[in-house]
Design a protein around this ligand. Structure first.
Ligand code: PEP
Length: 251
């Protein structure tokens, strides 16, 4: 099995106007100059996917959507099909982000259907899992994460078409992060689960997400089985995102 290439993905969430594309091209400029070891992606809001893909064409930075519908087309006002993201130039799509699970009531079954849709369209699904603070305090973290992994990954998932992102809900956008021991424990459990279910379970990349910043990235990225990061707030500015890219790229 080839070594897993690190992957650092920025999730812009509901942030960004056309002028923000300058941050994406600034990131691509840094990547061109310094050729990081990590694969890079940015997931802007849907309104910017096509323009960002055009602006980043031929660079080392790929583009992704933040969500997709399970169906390829139809009467689903306001939704976006995985095929549409692919058509707009995307490589990735995030599925099952905790903000989708919480704000839109998405179950793991829904997330699995969306991940399967991503595969159908030829996109890499970045499938998010993670426990709430109440679940962690109740000692249920591994049980919750394992159930989400089992429920959210379709049988057709492979190391090539699927990335797992472990994002403790209580760490997202809060400035709080788990200890490295806590991250290691969950990533090891996810790896065990992937190995038990998929022939190429050793090759899946498992990202950590939740308040990754320039000053904590090196420590988090050095944890065993952390193959990169899913980054929210700190991905909006190339100047903040770049040190996180380097934290994995330099190892
Ligand atoms: C995220 O949105 O996936 C995330 C991890 O956000 P932040 O880095 O801002 O905590």
């Amino acid at each position: 099995m080839a070594a897993r290439r690190p992957l650092i993905v920025g999730n812009w969430k509901m942030n960004g106007l056309a002028a923000s594309l300058a941050e994406a091209t600034a990131l691509a400029d840094r990547a061109r100059a310094q050729a990081p070891a990590a694969e890079l992606g940015l997931c802007p809001p849907a309104t910017l996917v096509a323009a960002m893909a055009a602006a980043l064409k031929g660079t080392a930075v790929g583009v992704g959507g933040q969500d997709c519908h399970a169906k390829a087309a139809g009467a689903h006002t306001g939704d976006i099909a995985a095929e549409m993201l692919k058509d707009a130039g995307a490589t990735y799509v995030i599925t099952g982000h905790s903000e989708r699970r919480a704000d839109h009531g998405e179950s793991s079954e829904t997330v699995r259907a969306k991940a399967a849709a991503a595969h159908r369209a030829g996109l890499v699904a970045i499938v998010c899992v993670g426990e709430t603070l109440a679940e962690r305090d109740a000692g249920e973290t591994l049980k919750i994460v394992t159930a989400q992994i089992r429920g959210s990954l379709p049988d057709g998932a492979t190391a090539a078409n699927t990335v797992v992102a472990y994002e403790p809900v209580w760490a997202i956008g809060t400035g709080r992060t788990p200890t490295t021991a806590q991250v290691a424990e969950v990533h090891a459990e996810i790896r065990r689960d992937l190995l038990a279910r998929f022939d190429d379970g050793a090759g899946f990349r498992i990202l950590y997400g939740g308040s990754v910043k320039p000053d904590n990235a090196a420590e988090l990225m050095a944890v065993p089985d952390v193959d990169g990061a899913l980054v929210g707030g700190a991905s909006l500015k190339a100047a903040d995102f770049w040190p996180i890219v380097q934290a994995k790229g330099l190892q």
